[in-house]
Design a protein around this ligand. Structure first.
Ligand code: SAH
Ligand code: SF4
Length: 369
């Protein structure tokens, strides 16, 4: 089996090249061919010595993921479904805007957190993606779009780890992928343009602040532990007080001076003015320091069998008004790619479900109890 070079950040590639008897600067050249120029064919890497190209051909490859389907939305959003083997598929979404191009990347096949409002969670967990599988999504989307748009310039300016999976439960594969996104010899994205979204894996938030402090989005969804335990079951392990303290600590290291809190608006579940006021108390406590943050309200995107409903627009507006009234920057996320089920929480891929379906159904029903 050949080594897939998409599995390495620059340090990893240097180590691999050195093990083949090549110098460090050769690894840098190779890294640039792969990620800056999007070249997969070693024979086209003209400034590498013939002998090195032969070694590469014999022992290495740049292996992207097989595409199962591609859907193009009328608003320009593109969704790919990739085959990751053994009956598992993952999804990646490109969202073009006037001033940027954002790629929404998956980190796992399925997700073990099991939030009842999320179609990925409803499927259960199959497995972690490798670094190569995470980076292949970016490598493939960037090279494909550059070819289609007939440009040498970068098409993808931002990455959000908001596809399928909980990125901080796949930490060891995530970090080399993030480092490659930031590396000037690869994608050269600023730390502000790479966002990790988490449901709140507290110890890993702390580690991320040390290892690679990119922009952090935290999926809050509830202002008290009783409700959050049901909506984001990971809350049973890492309750709100710990999570919000981890957010405060993160800001000491993060380049962005705020946390983005995501909040999925569920009709009659978490969307009253009282819920909004309770949120304000967490981030603008009457006693104590305010927590620099923004709120991003996401109207619930329904999927079959969720049994949940989207909050009406007037409710979302009133909820936003409570937060803004307390001086918190609040946005309501526009739904993109609606016609191709590419919106937040609708990424289903196709995952071999290896967890207890009946158990998860029961959890969903409790939400209304
Ligand atoms: N596991 C990570 C990242 C992937 S989910 C996390 O939970 O943060 C990306 C975002 O989409 C999260 O904020 C998640 O709560 C939200 N989301 C999931 N399902 C949704 C749905 N059906 N409607 C709206 N937002 C949803
Ligand atoms: Fe997993 Fe995030 Fe979906 Fe929750 S919202 S099930 S953490 S992907």
């Amino acid at each position: 089996m050949k080594t897939n070079l998409l599995d390495f950040d620059l340090d990893g590639l240097v180590a691999w090249c050195q093990a083949q008897g090549e110098k460090k600067f050769r690894a840098v050249q190779l890294f640039r061919w792969i990620h800056q120029k999007g070249v997969a064919d070693f024979s086209a890497m003209t400034d590498l010595a013939q002998s090195m190209r032969q070694t590469l051909q014999a022992h290495a490859e740049i292996r992207a993921l097989p595409v199962i389907t591609r859907h193009d939305s009328t608003d320009g959003t593109i969704k790919w479904m990739f085959d990751v083997g053994q009956g598992n598929a993952i999804e990646t979404v490109f969202i073009p805007e006037t001033d940027r191009g954002t790629l929404c990347v998956s980190s796992q096949a399925g997700c073990a957190v099991g939030c009842p409002f999320c179609s990925t969670g409803a499927q259960g967990f199959s497995r972690n993606l490798t670094t190569a599988e995470i980076l292949a999504q970016l490598w493939f989307a960037e090279t494909t779009l550059r070819r289609e748009f007939a440009t040498q310039d970068r098409v993808i300016s931002n990455v959000v780890m908001m596809g399928m999976g909980e990125p901080l439960q796949n930490y060891s594969a995530l970090i080399p992928a993030l480092k490659t996104m930031l590396d000037d010899h690869a994608y050269g994205m600023s730390r502000r343009r790479v966002t990790v979204s988490t449901s709140g894996v507290v110890p890993m938030i702390e580690r991320l602040s040390q290892d690679c402090p990119v922009a952090l989005a935290v999926s809050l969804h509830a202002p008290n532990d009783a409700l959050r335990d049901r909506l984001v079951p990971l809350n049973l392990k890492y309750p709100l007080a710990e999570l919000l303290q981890a957010c405060r600590d993160y800001l000491a290291f993060a380049p962005r001076d705020f946390i983005t809190f995501e909040y999925c608006m569920l009709d009659g579940v978490n969307d009253t003015d009282a819920h909004a006021m309770a949120l304000v108390e967490w981030v603008r406590p009457a006693r104590g320091e305010p927590l620099p943050c923004k709120f991003n309200l996401i109207p619930f995107n329904p999927f079959p069998a969720s049994g949940l409903l989207r909050s009406p627009p007037e409710r979302v507006k009133a909820f936003a008004a409570v937060l803004s009234g307390a001086g918190i920057v609040t946005t309501v996320r526009k739904t993109r790619g609606d016609d191709i089920a590419a919106a937040c929480g609708q990424l289903a891929g196709d995952v071999q479900d290896r967890t207890d379906v009946a158990g998860r159904r029961a959890k969903t029903i409790q939400i209304h109890a």
